[in-house]
Design a protein around this ligand. Structure first.
Ligand SMILES: NC(=O)c1ccc[n+]([C@@H]2O[C@H](COP(=O)([O-])OP(=O)(O)OC[C@H]3O[C@@H](n4cnc5c(N)ncnc54)[C@H](OP(=O)(O)O)[C@@H]3O)[C@@H](O)[C@H]2O)c1
Length: 198
């Protein structure tokens, strides 16, 4: 597949495993240079090496915790400094807590919001200045948690003048999650790559 993404740069949060890793692989197969982030340095480096070897594309792992604002800025700056730009942000990291509502504590929800809402907001805020400097960019959000952040990102990118271009898309892959086998993840990655190219 040639989706016209060759040479672009993507940052995939939570790219060390699961859907994020499949998305990073799909983009790297298209010739995109990919930065992936996660907390565990060991699994991140392993994933970066595996994806680079499998795709022939440059894959860069940068460790950090998206619940920490300083880490987010450091991750985004490291990706931009390594590749010179960021064209695509895939906000994917983490997963909201599973379980019955009566069993989930206030702390469970606070933790989930710190990552799945504030973590995504922080990434968007840190990436937008790079995209504006370049004159455009695309953002992908996974799951429903950061719909509001996505709306603000879109408004911000578009409000900053006609010379700057930006696209923001959201995906809620419930059906894929329920059938999250290898083939479903590959199709999810291909779907995101197609949307990124659109
Ligand atoms: N809306 C839906 O219907 C739906 C369905 C399925 C999935 N999803 C979404 O799809 C995404 C991926 O799901 P998955 O099943 O592939 O998850 P997963 O296999 O658990 O992978 C999560 C990734 O995020 C990283 N991560 C977790 N906490 C982090 C933190 N605080 N800072 C930085 N990185 C962190 C993990 O690495 P470390 O542990 O090393 O940090 C890992 O790379 C999630 O956003 C999930 O909510 C949505």
């Amino acid at each position: 597949m040639d989706l016209g993404l060759k040479g672009q740069v993507a940052l995939v949060t939570g790219g060390s495993k699961g859907i994020g890793k499949a998305v990073a692989r799909g983009l790297a197969q298209e010739g995109v240079r990919v930065a992936i982030c996660a907390r565990s340095k060991a699994s991140l480096e392993e994933a970066a090496q595996e994806l680079a070897k499998a795709t022939g594309s440059e894959v860069f792992g940068v460790a950090g915790d998206l619940t920490r604002p300083d880490d987010v800025q450091r991750i985004v700056d490291a990706a931009a400094s390594r590749f010179g730009r960021i064209d695509v942000l895939v906000n994917n990291a983490g997963a909201a807590p599973g379980g019955e509502i009566l069993d989930l504590t206030e702390e469970d929800w606070q933790k989930a919001l710190q990552l799945k809402f504030m973590g995504y907001v922080r990434c968007i805020k840190a990436v937008i200045p790079h995209m504006l400097r370049q004159g455009g960019g695309r953002q992908r959000r996974r799951g429903p948690e950061a719909r509001r952040a996505q709306h603000s990102a879109r408004t911000d990118l578009h409000a900053r003048g006609s010379r700057e271009r930006g696209r923001v898309r959201g995906l809620a892959p419930r059906e894929l999650h329920e059938r999250c086998d290898h083939h479903a993840r590959r199709r999810a990655a291909e779907g995101i790559a197609r949307l990124t190219a659109a």
